[in-house]
Design a protein around this ligand. Structure first.
Ligand SMILES: Cc1cc2nc3c(=O)[nH]c(=O)nc-3n(C[C@H](O)[C@H](O)[C@H](O)COP(=O)(O)OP(=O)(O)OC[C@H]3O[C@@H](n4cnc5c(N)ncnc54)[C@H](O)[C@@H]3O)c2cc1C
Length: 465
């Protein structure tokens, strides 16, 4: 084992102690009591082991489960306000998360709130981990390309990219590294397995690097993603297929025909309407390649998304030539996308949900990092008020759902409409609308300009009342 990965956990400490004691005793000259001596010492070490094996018990006022983009962002803002709390994650960072790795303007907006220099001084210069992008490219079912990007001459495109693409291992690690450990008690490699509540106190039981752990907290924040243990406790872990998507990802290198402005590519295959295939450019000639579609469509047509993805790469007239000399970097990995649309109740007496746990992925794009980070920013404002008034009751958070959904309402409506029309009509619509000059002009010159201005210049407005 390389030295830097060796961690002196309790178990290793006991193992080491036992080894040292035994080797010292066996080195002693033979003596009638040597055997007893050895046994007593082993028993003493074993007692010590049992003591250590007992759960570590910790109390905290506020506990966040999950240090993905939503949980880590909440922790960063709580630290900025000087609010002490604990944040727990089952993983050790950097860690992978199945995702398209596209950071949209919502993510950029929250990053600018975390640190107004972070885009210019960190993301834009760290070319090993972040690819700056000037827009996106739609590839229509017939193969026609429509590029949506800002005017390279007029806009401040160098300092204000529209997207970044960064492996989640790198991006999430950056966020976790921004948590102020003087204020937050950060517990990684700690999985919460059971949640109970007695009166107003939450009891979280799990396994940490040193064995069992028991945490008592007054307030619980579920930022633990789509497979949330908090949702399980609340009895809300069921999947609503009308607002859920299945998707796969595979890292590739050497995909041909990428745009020099690093446009994020979205392709609508003719063979499977109501789905999209993406190729997002990563640093070092790599790409995040993936495919996703609505779960109700998957169920209705009994589609295996992984197989459909592999089939498209092998036999699709638009895609196959681009993968001729490309190499996959991993096996295909899948994960679910809980989309915004069913207004899952994301608050209650002594608890809040953030990000995927609150079903906040934008239903038209599949982007959930930014909306998760926004929910964390919004939550931090509600929590500050609750702490100032020493009141964690449900009424303190009654406007939280409204505030986390207000930026997603238009997309929710568009998604409901798209779902209500036959897939073939959707394909026809995509082919005609997206290829019109007017639509391209509006998106590139009007809409995108406004979105960029909001992300870089406008404060996120949160109304508590
Ligand atoms: C294939 C795919 C492609 C996607 N592409 C994009 C994209 O390009 N752009 C975009 O914006 N969004 C994308 N999304 C959505 C995005 O990945 C999620 O919306 C985002 O990760 C949500 O962040 P989160 O912090 O809520 O949850 P997560 O990122 O899932 O983080 C949850 C954290 O909780 C921890 N955890 C879970 N259970 C426990 C437990 N019991 N105890 C302790 N810790 C626990 C996990 O280890 C994890 O670190 C994609 C999703 C998929 C599946």
């Amino acid at each position: 084992m390389p030295l830097e990965t060796f961690k002196l956990t309790k178990f290793r400490f006991i193992e080491l102690l036992l080894f040292v004691v035994e080797s010292r005793i066996s080195a002693l000259p033979d003596h009638p009591y040597k055997k007893d001596y050895n046994l007593h010492t082993q028993n003493a070490v074993f007692d010590l082991f049992l003591t250590f094996m007992q759960s570590q018990k910790i109390k905290t006022t506020l506990c966040i489960i999950g240090a993905g983009p939503a949980g880590a962002t909440a922790s960063i803002f709580l630290c900025k306000m000087g609010i002490k709390h604990m944040i727990i994650d089952a993983a050790v960072f950097p860690r992978d998360k199945v995702c398209g790795d596209g950071l949209d303007l919502n993510s950029i907006r929250v990053l600018n709130h975390i640190d107004p220099t972070i885009i210019e001084k960190e993301l834009s210069v760290n070319k090993k981990h972040f690819t700056a992008s000037q827009g996106f490219r739609f590839i229509l079912p017939g193969g026609r390309k429509v590029d949506i990007m800002r005017d390279q001459k007029k806009d401040d495109h160098v300092n204000k990219p529209v997207f970044f693409v960064s492996k989640r291992a790198d991006f999430d690690n950056l966020l976790v590294s921004r948590i102020d450990r003087n204020i937050a008690d950060v517990r990684l490699s700690t999985r919460i397995e059971n949640i109970t509540r007695e009166a107003k106190t939450w009891k979280l039981e799990g396994e940490g690097p040193d064995g069992k752990i028991e945490i008592e907290t007054d307030f619980l924040i579920g930022a633990d993603g789509d497979h949330s243990v908090v949702l399980k406790y609340l009895g809300e872990r069921s999947i609503d297929r009308n607002n859920y998507a299945g998707a796969v990802r595979q890292y590739w290198s050497g995909v041909q025909g990428m745009h020099p402005g690093n446009l994020l590519e979205v392709y609508f295959p003719k063979s499977l309407p109501l789905s999209y295939f993406w190729i997002f450019p990563l640093p070092g000639g790599k790409a995040n390649v993936g495919y996703g579609m609505a779960s109700n469509y998957i169920a209705k047509h009994n589609i295996n998304v992984r197989k459909a993805f592999e089939e498209l790469i092998k036999n699709d007239p638009v895609l196959t030539p681009r993968f001729k000399n490309a190499q996959p970097q991993e096996t295909v990995k899948g994960w679910g996308i809980p989309m915004s649309g069913n207004d899952r109740k994301a608050y209650g007496d002594g608890w809040l949900l953030l990000g995927d746990a609150a079903s906040l992925v934008c239903p038209t794009s599949g982007e959930g990092i930014g909306s998760g980070m926004i929910s964390a920013y919004v939550a931090s404002k509600f929590l500050k008020r609750a702490i100032d008034q020493n009141d964690f009751s449900e009424k303190m958070f009654s406007n939280y759902n409204r505030e986390i959904h207000k930026r997603l309402r238009t997309e929710e409506k568009v998604y409901r409409f798209v779902n209500s029309i036959p897939p073939k009509v959707f394909s026809l619509g995509i082919n005609t609308i997206l290829s019109t000059w007017l639509f391209k002009y509006w998106l590139s010159n009007k809409a995108m300009k406004k979105w960029v201005d909001t992300a870089y210049n406008k404060e996120i407005d949160v109304k508590l009342t």
